[in-house]
Design a protein around this ligand. Structure first.
Ligand SMILES: Cc1cc2nc3c(=O)[nH]c(=O)nc-3n(C[C@H](O)[C@H](O)[C@H](O)COP(=O)(O)OP(=O)(O)OC[C@H]3O[C@@H](n4cnc5c(N)ncnc54)[C@H](O)[C@@H]3O)c2cc1C
Ligand code: FES
Length: 264
């Protein structure tokens, strides 16, 4: 599935909110009962989410699947605008419209060690990837956050991934610095990096290594309108031509992304 193979959206479903948990002032996690998406979802895929009885916001918003098991999936998000504000006030039993699972996902590792590098909410798809990693593959998880306000989020992640290493810009959580401080000078041939987070972070990781960039998988978060390949609203430039993040991605090889053309 990885490396440019387009995916076909699985379909439109209704999901019933099981529970909602507030993690920080602005970060929330929701469990949603949706058996088909739960069964089909693979790490790195996302859902387009809407409210069935609201025309505003009209367009769905992409959110990564952060876990899938039994009948349920979970999402984890930060309130940044109208949709996420509405989601933060949702109650158990309410119904959401879900389209998915969408996108290519991270696929299977081609090395024996995967280092997952998350910036803040970029942890969402990587939590799923970490927990679904085949047992014979070694794994690390590095999370970078801005400052102490992320402490409850880091505590929450630590419960899900006890081995996580933290970096914060003020040094209050984990080591002082950015996730780049947690990465080696060279990428060994047995190792690959999967990353998701703010664009400057992924660009820095994508451009850090002169050798081995093809072993860095980046999950891009462009704005999306249709989410299913029709509107060209999420197109990026790659060395293999123009690609749509919603159906050709969101996971790309760092080697193929034209980083200087991406805004942000
Ligand atoms: C594949 C994918 C997976 C995602 N997974 C998650 C996730 O798991 N958790 C999560 O919290 N968010 C995730 N996002 C980001 C999320 O979809 C956006 O933040 C979404 O727009 C929020 O909707 P809203 O209506 O609350 O805010 P909006 O009104 O849509 O946006 C609020 C503000 O954020 C800006 N903005 C929105 N999206 C972007 C963007 N891509 N780049 C730069 N600025 C932007 C807008 O310009 C606006 O100023 C993901 C995005 C993609 C593409
Ligand atoms: S969001 Fe419409 S083509 Fe990707």
């Amino acid at each position: 599935m990885f490396d440019g193979e387009s995916s076909i959206p699985a379909g439109d479903f209704k999901g019933t909110v099981r529970d909602i948990r507030q993690i920080t002032e602005t970060v929330f996690s929701i469990h949603i009962a949706c058996p088909v998406i739960s069964r089909l979802a693979r790490p790195g895929q996302f859902i387009m989410i809407r409210f069935p009885n609201r025309s505003d916001p009209l367009l769905g918003r992409p959110l990564a699947v952060s876990s899938a098991g039994g009948d349920d999936i979970s999402i984890c998000f930060q309130v940044v605008g109208k949709m996420t504000a509405l989601l933060s006030r949702i109650l158990p039993g309410e119904i959401l419209s879900l389209r998915g699972p969408m996108g290519n996902g991270f696929g299977l590792p081609s090395s024996t060690m995967v280092t997952m590098v998350a910036g803040a909410l970029g942890a969402a798809p990587l939590i799923f990837a970490y927990n679904r990693m085949p047992q014979n593959i070694g794994k690390n998880f590095i999370l970078g956050v801005a400052d102490r306000s992320w402490y409850p989020f880091c505590e929450w992640i630590k419960k899900l991934i006890p081995e996580v290493r933290f970096f914060s810009e003020d040094g209050i959580i984990g080591k002082k610095g950015t996730v780049l401080n947690g990465l080696g000078e060279e990428l060994s041939p047995e190792e690959e990096i999967w990353t998701c987070g703010p664009l400057p972070m992924m660009r820095a990781i994508g451009q850090k290594y002169t050798r081995g960039r093809e072993r860095i998988r980046v999950s891009l978060e462009t704005r999306m309108a249709c989410g299913m390949g029709g509107c060209q609203g999420c197109v990026i430039n790659t060395l293999k031509g123009k690609k749509r993040v919603c159906v050709d991605g969101p996971v790309f090889s760092a080697e193929e992304v034209c980083w200087d053309d991406l805004k942000g």
